[in-house]
Design a protein around this ligand. Structure first.
Ligand SMILES: Cc1cc2nc3c(=O)[nH]c(=O)nc-3n(C[C@H](O)[C@H](O)[C@H](O)COP(=O)(O)OP(=O)(O)OC[C@H]3O[C@@H](n4cnc5c(N)ncnc54)[C@H](O)[C@@H]3O)c2cc1C
Length: 398
């Protein structure tokens, strides 16, 4: 495994660093907390404008092929990109589902017409996307999905309910899984569509989370017409295409590594400085043991990410290793956030901006949000099942 970066990769890093230094939005990038937004809608509007600027400078979808507006960047450059964005404390892009999941899926399986219609508006966030996969009775086992698409005229009529659909209330389009052949075995009768979120029959109902935000939604589909031109790939064979999307979701991106490296810095700062006028905890032997463990865990995550990068560079499949990486970082995340709450003490109750909140409540909201780390992109139990069966060779649990 080569642990160094090439001269070209270092030049790429320097270019990006210089661009970020010159172009970060006001109030971002320093030690102070970035400006807060009054509502999720104003935050989304701000992030769309920021993504537009990044895109115009060629910094969005860098891993996409050049013919579709990307840079054809390698996985290593993509890694460097994430690292520099985090190091600069830059805002994240908003159309992550579009850029990371929809783009690569349409590039691999879409028609020329679909690529021409949908891809250009993804990078500058002119059109946001959501992922209409999970249902109330189909999460871990997505093949149990019950949303039905029935042939009508030159297309399908879709009815059913989706849930946990991030940013659906802002999305122009959604990638949708629906059952087109109810008599076929579970995974065989599913098709993959592009759903117009403004079509008659689509109702989006936000769900309030314990962070106070409403990123998630329930989406009700009531006889929604989907034209033939919006079928991706072949009818009834959508499951294979869904797997392209899910592989990208399970994480080839090192986003979580950089987020948790920054969290470690926050923990060290809080331990050294103390909270709420209290004594610094950096000499507390239990806190020191925990911080040392988190440092080791983050380093293990870094080495695992690099191992993944190496496999991708060699064009080897990720296999069950992807489950190991996901399981490890998500459990690390929850341990780190537990230490965070121990350091914050009573201030851990202040999760909204206000005079008593530490870092404007950002850290407590991070604790609340990352309770979900062991759920999204495959729960910890599902990752353990995969490891038990495919790595340890144990019999299937069911
Ligand atoms: C932050 C976040 C964002 C999300 N965004 C989206 C989105 O944009 N679009 C979308 O479609 N979905 C989204 N999801 C949904 C996500 O994919 C599901 O939550 C996930 O797949 C788990 O499904 P579920 O919630 O239905 O839980 P279930 O599948 O109902 O699982 C419930 C519990 O049973 C356990 N379990 C289930 N099956 C087994 C088994 N075979 N063996 C052992 N234990 C088992 C699980 O581990 C879990 O603890 C999001 C979720 C989160 C948390």
């Amino acid at each position: 495994m080569d642990l160094s970066f090439s001269a070209a990769e270092e030049a790429f890093r320097a270019d990006l660093r210089a661009w970020l230094r010159a172009n970060l939005p006001a109030g971002w990038g320093g030690d102070e907390e970035p400006p807060a937004h009054a509502t999720l809608a104003t935050e989304v509007a701000f992030l769309r404008a920021w993504q537009g600027e990044l895109a115009r400078a060629g910094w969005v979808g860098i891993h996409w092929p050049q013919q579709y507006g990307g840079r054809g960047a390698s996985v290593v450059e993509n890694y460097i990109f994430q690292e520099e964005m985090a190091a600069a404390r830059a805002p994240e892009i908003i159309n992550r589902i579009g850029v990371n999941l929809v783009g690569p899926t349409l590039i691999a399986h879409g028609t020329e017409e679909q690529k021409r219609r949908f891809l250009p508006a993804i990078l500058p966030a002119e059109e946001l996307w959501c992922q209409l996969f999970s249902e109330p009775g189909a999460g871990s086992d997505l093949t149990a999905l019950r949303t039905r698409a029935t042939r009508r005229g030159d297309g399908w009529v879709v009815s059913g309910q989706k849930v946990w659909t991030s940013y659906a209330q802002f999305a122009r389009w959604g990638i949708l899984l629906a059952r087109t052949d109810p008599d076929a075995p579970k995974a065989k009768g599913i098709s993959y569509f592009v759903c117009d979120m403004q079509a008659p029959g689509v109702t989006v109902r936000p769900l309030r989370q314990m962070t106070g935000s409403e990123e998630f939604n329930e989406v009700f589909l009531d006889e929604v017409f989907v034209p033939r031109a919006h079928l991706v790939g072949v009818e009834h064979q959508g499951w294979a295409i869904a797997n392209t999307t899910l592989t990208h979701e399970r994480g080839t991106a090192p986003r979580q590594l950089v987020i948790h490296r920054m969290l470690l810095q926050d923990l060290l700062r809080l331990a050294r400085a103390g909270v709420d006028g209290g004594a610094p905890r950096a000499r507390d032997p239990v806190v020191r043991q925990e911080l040392a463990r988190h440092f080791i865990d983050v380093e293990i995550t870094r080495l695992n990410s690099w191992r993944t990068l190496t496999r991708l560079l060699r064009q080897q499949p990720l296999g069950a290793e992807a489950s190991f990486v996901k399981l490890f970082w998500s459990e690390m995340s929850q341990r780190m956030h537990d230490t965070l709450m121990a350091l914050l003490g009573a201030r851990g109750l202040c999760w909204q901006p206000g005079p008593r909140a530490v870092a404007g409540g950002r850290l407590v909201r991070s604790y609340l949000y990352y309770r979900s780390a062991s759920l999204f992109a495959g729960t910890s139990e599902i990752q353990r099942n995969i490891l038990a069966e495919r790595v340890l060779g144990l019999p299937r649990s069911r």
